[in-house]
Design a protein around this ligand. Structure first.
Ligand code: GUN
Length: 294
């Protein structure tokens, strides 16, 4: 069997087009231009790349982006001061503090300083707390987990009543994606480094979400035939034949897994492009709320 490929790149492009049209309508009918502030502290090359990509995609859909860069040496007070300024700025509907922050900064305090109405990353403790509880509505849901669910939905993959296994328990992906699947009435298992019989647990999954950051860890014989496999991993592996000397692979051994799975996301071109699409969507939602349109 060969799996149906879940094309995150095409899906993200389609969502981006939907957002572009809606941003234009908001502008012409209500004079509102959605705005996203990005905060980058230090010079982590991966973070610089992600922030650049986010701002570029904003401009493609007509969202105004405000880029703030602070030196590696920035103090807790400086970062929180900037966040307070952005909280008060009515042109800013979303605030994104790129993670990880330099070690000397208290990430939890920075994230808690962001107004929950502008927390388009969904990392504020109140938003995460609401996500973790039954019958509560977070203002925003974290972007990568939301992207995983959006892919399942747009490919018509049923979630309700299914066995979903999540590999990884990070605050950014594993934990929130498990909560989202639970809210959609899946039966969830969260696996981590201490899980026994990992392969056996994975083989139970109708929906398998891999978010551990280990190249090609998930083997074909860990996958139940016909399962939907969502690979969140972005891992660099050496490849002397590649132009840059490395290539990007996921957490799943894609070539072998696609012969067993029913649906599978590639890396790159799967979940990755969806993260920014969800960020744009959250920023648009925030602007509409601020204008009293939702
Ligand atoms: N670092 C890795 N992923 C993310 C993300 O989704 N948002 C932010 N702000 N930082 C990240």
């Amino acid at each position: 069997m060969t799996a149906t490929l879940i094309d995150g790149k095409a899906t993200a492009a389609q969502i981006q087009e939907e957002i572009r049209a809606e941003v234009e309508r908001l502008k012409t009918e209500h004079g509102v231009v959605p705005g996203l502030a990005t905060v980058l502290v230090g010079e982590n090359p991966a973070s610089q790349f992600y922030v650049r990509s986010k701002r570029k995609r904003c401009s493609e859909v007509g969202i105004r982006s405000f880029g703030y860069e602070l030196p590696e040496s920035a103090s807790q007070e400086e970062v929180e001061g900037l966040v307070a300024e952005l909280n008060a700025n009515p042109e800013v509907h979303g605030i994104l503090v790129q993670l990880p922050l330099p070690k000397h900064l208290d990430e939890e305090r920075v994230l808690a300083a962001i107004s929950i109405e502008k927390d388009v990353d969904g990392f504020h403790p109140v938003n995460i707390g609401r996500l973790a509880m039954k019958g509560r509505e977070p203002m925003f849901v974290p972007c990568t987990p939301a992207g995983c669910i959006e892919l399942l939905d747009r490919y018509g993959i049923e979630i309700e009543g299914k066995e979903a296994v999540v590999l990884g328990r990070s605050n950014i992906v594993g934990l929130p994606v498990a909560m989202l699947l639970l809210h959609r009435n899946a039966t969830i298992t969260i696996c981590h480094s201490r899980t026994r019989d990992l392969a056996e647990v994975c083989r139970r999954a109708d929906i398998l979400i891999a978010a551990v950051g280990r190249p090609k860890m998930v083997k074909a014989d860990w996958i139940k035939p016909g399962a939907a496999v969502i690979d969140v991993g972005i891992n660099r592996v050496e490849d002397p034949t590649a132009k840059r000397g490395y290539r990007i692979v996921g957490d799943v051994d894609f070539e072998a897994a696609k012969e067993v799975a029913g649906y599978i996301t590639p890396v790159p071109g799967g979940v990755g492009p969806m993260t920014i699409a969800m960020l744009l969507k959250n920023t648009l939602t925030s602007a509409k709320r601020a204008a009293g349109l939702l």
